[in-house]
Design a protein around this ligand. Structure first.
Ligand code: ZN
Length: 233
């Protein structure tokens, strides 16, 4: 027996407009098998610290093309990284709709502030968050993991006025440190070569402190490889 809803269209995931307080994480068209009608659903994510209590979304049917209409989502109070609007089923005027686009036009905050989108602003997908690929160099890899413990799962990226941390959290461009794990944006931007040099240097320093002849010789070799002859004396 089929469930109540059958999905037949999905928006591109993670739509965003520069400066917006939310992103459209997902949207879809569903056939309501119980009421035999087509409804839309949308999921918004709060990208800021201010509590969101309402949002207005403009739906534009694209196949067949139809008149845009708005729906106001309310009845929630959500903090950063939380989802809103996901449970509302929005009826579409034309039941033949096959696809649509969506844009958030207004966001209401708990303190009474309101954000409104520029007219006709287009919401465009963010980059995919990909798993991080290990560095080829073991020193670079060790240093990366030491510096970015807990944030080494994903490849960090920057897009418009947001950056994605290696822990997966989305941060505002003006936030130098991830709001979730506290790692610095600048640390993700080092190259493998820079991590390798730092890793080799740290390893050489550790070897020097052991006092064993073989370790000291190896430390000297690492310093030489780094081109830092002055440390190898
Ligand atoms: Zn993070």
């Amino acid at each position: 027996m089929p469930g109540r809803y059958t999905k037949f269209y999905s928006l591109p995931s993670r739509l965003y407009l520069k400066g917006a307080p939310v992103m459209i994480e997902a949207g879809r068209l569903l056939l309501d098998n119980q009421l035999n009608c087509v409804v839309g659903q949308i999921r918004l994510v709060n990208l800021g610290e201010a509590l969101i209590t309402g949002a207005t979304v403009c739906f534009t049917p694209t196949e067949p093309a139809g008149e845009p209409f708005t729906h106001r989502f309310s009845g929630f109070s959500i903090g950063r990284d939380a989802l809103c609007a996901r449970n509302d089923a929005v009826p579409f005027p034309d039941q033949n709709v096959q696809s649509f686009t969506a844009a958030v036009t207004r966001v209401d905050f708990s303190d009474g502030n309101v954000w409104t989108a520029p007219k006709d602003a287009e919401w465009v997908p963010m980059p995919e968050t990909e798993k991080r690929v290990s560095f080829g160099d073991p020193y670079a890899e060790k240093m990366y993991k030491e510096q970015l413990t807990g944030a080494d799962k994903y490849k960090a990226w920057q897009d418009r006025d947001l950056w994605c941390c290696g822990c997966g959290a989305l941060n505002r461009a003006e936030e130098s440190f991830c709001h979730k794990c506290g790692k610095a944006y600048a640390d993700f931007m080092h190259t493998e070569e820079e991590f390798m040099q730092q890793g080799k240097y740290a390893a050489a320093e550790a070897l020097l402190t052991s006092g064993k002849k073989d370790d000291i010789l190896l430390a000297g070799q690492l310093f030489t490889e780094l081109g830092a002859y002055k440390y190898a004396a």
